[in-house]
Design a binder for this molecule. Sequence first.
Ligand SMILES: NC(=O)c1ccc[n+]([C@@H]2O[C@H](COP(=O)([O-])OP(=O)(O)OC[C@H]3O[C@@H](n4cnc5c(N)ncnc54)[C@H](O)[C@@H]3O)[C@@H](O)[C@H]2O)c1
Ligand SMILES: [Zn+2]
Length: 288
Amino acid sequence: MPAGEASKCLAQAEALYGQLAGLEIDRKTWLVALGGGVVGDLAGFVAATYLRGIPLMQVPTSLVAQVDSSLGGKVGVDLSAGKNLVGAFYPARLVYLDPRVLDTLPAEEWNAGMAEVLKHALLDGPGHWEFLENLAYPLSLEERSELVLRSRQVKLGVVAADPLEQGIRAHLNLGHTLAHAIESAQQYGGWNHGQAVGFGLRAALRLSQWKLGMDPVWEKRLLEQLRRYDLPCQRPELDFQELPQYLRRDKKNQDGQLRFVLLERPGEARVCADVSLAEVERCWEELA
Ligand SMILES: NC(=O)c1ccc[n+]([C@@H]2O[C@H](COP(=O)([O-])OP(=O)(O)OC[C@H]3O[C@@H](n4cnc5c(N)ncnc54)[C@H](O)[C@@H]3O)[C@@H](O)[C@H]2O)c1
Ligand SMILES: [Zn+2]
């Protein structure tokens, strides 16, 4: 199928159902998703629904897919009304990953994956962060493997504790409240997801200073890493008034109240329900 987010759609799922129907498969036949997050989410959705479920194996080939999307069982497709609106929790029975396939990944895609790696390190704690700061490129295969495995381990720990996102799994949304609003306001034609998450992490650390007294040194240390991976440190050219409609549709909101994942310090995340729109706007203006 064609590369790109546009393939993560119901029409592509239907095409795959048609191909499966032409093969002699049964409920014990495995579906193998070989590719990045788009392939993994789409093929996972097809595996979850075809014959009411056939075994799924993920073979993630992008950094995003290796550290994030192949884990935790969220599969699905986009609608024109919004990203990931149709889907299921359907964990892979097996994930096979080989960091050597990342040799051919374009630099921009590596950098996008690093936004999620930075997020996992902030959720994990200072030791993980220092490991990332001390990386010297080009990475050896051992270093790359360690980077991928440490990052997966963070997500695995959270997902194992809360597979259906009733509580702490929401912490994995650090930086994503604003990131998703920006991606939507740009109609998926502006920043890629990693760029939006990079900036979203900076905004989350600024809000964390105001709401939870986080030491500002962490924002400085984040900035160094964002620059290193060519991820944006300043807000995009976008009127703040474009954002509230999307912020209000965030899946974490309850009773009409915005909820942000913020940090007291790396390793100590909280879901905060007392961030006002005015504070988000002030943060937006400060990060121009
Ligand atoms: N299910 C989850 O929990 C979860 C988590 C994070 C992201 N996602 C989803 O993942 C998707 C993004 O995934 P992505 O960043 O992997 O994007 P992607 O799948 O579009 O892959 C990015 C690009 O890299 C190419 N590529 C992949 N592996 C390669 C390799 N080894 N060598 C050369 N090129 C390679 C792809 O063809 C594509 O052009 C989004 O749809 C996002 O919503 C899901
Ligand atoms: Zn993400």
